[in-house]
Design a binder for this molecule. Structure first.
Ligand code: PLP
Length: 436
């Protein structure tokens, strides 16, 4: 019963410093959020002590009466939050996070080296959707994520000019590649998904269709983005982004004669994972209760309004936003016209307590030197920021970019020299003061 502050003051202090960092600055990472005290209470509960391999009612350990109720509650709330009929859809709430959720789908429903098509990483997809790096010099291709090591992946892309998914090219490529699975969803795509079109392409080729709605799952639950459930066979998600829960993952699957329920449940355990993290599952369950409240609907609407307000502000200041705007919680800001790389801008923002991340933007040649940054509204909207606040954020970001250009003029093109030039720079310190 000794509190952390007494048991391990070093760790206590580090956590306090991180808490302070998160709340002091402008948190604009599109995949992050501030989860509630209720969720944190679940994460820090006695549930972390329990082993519960198996599923509710069929465990490999004793003492799971309460844990079974918690996991069933989570399953029920997950189906309800997305308006799903439990006769037609099931859900596995045990994935430790988004990446294992995706891999469990691939290993459960496909054979090794089956073909997958997902959105390319530089186009806004996620590593787990299959990604290779290419060496032109050596004429080689290297699989980067387990998806492309254990399966054959041919990514599809966004159109370099419109920044929108190039469905026509996907359709042509899928016709030749004949993927077993098409994945929609991404980590840096600011528009909604045309599930009907994806379904048509999947049907033409006998492919399964999976949506990874990790980024937008809070917006989908509140009807602020289209629902993938009408068209997809499987839907995966993380629970800690726009859904604002603890770090975890979920897999929704259709219940029909194809037997996905057994295949996916077995892929999660025993194939990929061991004991489920029931403290996370309790946190997801309690977050799903919040997700179904009228307040969360208002929150999701505000997330979209804020992202839109920031996008408009940046455009009004003469900046370039990929695809010309946003339909969801994030913006991809193309910094190429300003001749500043995403890496440099991220470093400068970090120095001013503005947290965002470098990101590829449509037309980038390499994922190694991203030409822009990704900016998200979920976290600051949790902190009750409204459109006017996001417009101010836009002005601060504009100031930051001009400062980056000025510093780069002196420091030259190398990132190392640019970072060194940030140290002790008076204008950087002044911007940091205004951010705080
Ligand atoms: N899928 C998408 C679309 C993501 O954006 C992410 C993470 O950013 C993941 C999956 C992986 O989630 P995790 O980091 O929880 O493994």
């Amino acid at each position: 019963l000794v509190p952390l502050s007494e048991h391990d003051p070093v760790m206590f202090d580090l956590i306090e410093r991180e808490k302070n960092r998160q709340w002091r600055g402008l948190e604009l990472i599109a995949s992050e959020n501030f989860t509630s005290k209720a969720v944190i209470d679940c994460l820090g509960s006695a549930l972390t002590n329990k082993y519960a391999e198996g599923l509710p009612g069929a465990r490999y350990y004793g003492g799971n009466d309460v844990v079974d109720k918690i996991e069933v509650l989570c399953q029920e709330r997950a189906l309800k939050a997305y308006g799903l009929d439990p006769e037609k859809w099931g859900v596995n709430v045990q994935p430790y996070s988004g990446s294992p959720a995706n891999f469990a789908v691939y290993t459960g429903l496909l054979k090794p080296h089956d073909r997958i098509m997902g959105l390319d990483l530089p186009s806004g997809g996620h590593l787990t959707h299959g990604f290779y790096t290419y060496s032109k010099k050596e004429g080689t291709r290297k699989a980067v994520s387990a998806t492309s090591v254990y399966f054959e992946s041919l990514p599809y892309r966004v159109h370099p000019e419109s920044g929108l998914v190039d469905h026509d090219q996907l359709q042509r490529d899928a016709g030749l590649f004949k993927p077993a699975l098409i994945v929609c969803g991404g980590s840096a795509y600011s528009r909604d998904w045309d599930y009907k079109r994806f379904r048509e392409i999947a049907d033409e080729n006998g492919s399964l269709l999976m949506m990874d709605m990790a980024h937008i799952s809070g917006l989908v639950a509140t009807g602020e983005q289209a629902s993938p459930f009408e068209y997809c066979d499987v839907v995966t998600t993380t629970t800690h982004k726009s859904l604002r829960g603890p770090r975890a993952g979920m897999i929704f699957f259709r219940k029909d004669e194809r037997g996905f329920e057994t295949k996916i449940n077995q892929a999660v355990f025993p194939a990929l994972q061991g004991g489920p993290h029931e403290h996370q599952i309790a946190g997801v369950a309690t977050q799903l209760l919040e997700v179904m409240s009228p307040e969360f609907k208002i929150y999701s609407q505000q997330v979209k309004k804020n992202a839109h307000a920031l996008s408009e502000k940046l455009v009004s200041l003469g900046h370039t936003v990929a695809s010309g705007g946003t339909d969801n919680h994030l913006i991809l800001w193309d910094l190429k016209p300003a001749k500043v790389t995403g890496s440099k801008f991220e470093k400068l923002c970090d120095a001013c307590n503005i947290t965002l991340n470098k990101n590829c933007v449509p037309g980038d040649r390499s994922a190694i030197t991203p030409g822009g940054v990704r900016i998200g509204a979920p976290a600051l909207t949790t902190r009750k920021f409204l459109e006017a606040d996001f417009e101010k954020v836009g002005s601060l970001l504009d100031r930051a970019l001009k400062l980056a250009q000025k510093i780069q003029e002196k420091s030259g093109p190398k990132l190392k020299d640019f970072v060194a030039a940030l140290e002790g720079n008076e204008e950087v310190n002044a911007l940091k003061k205004d951010v705080n």
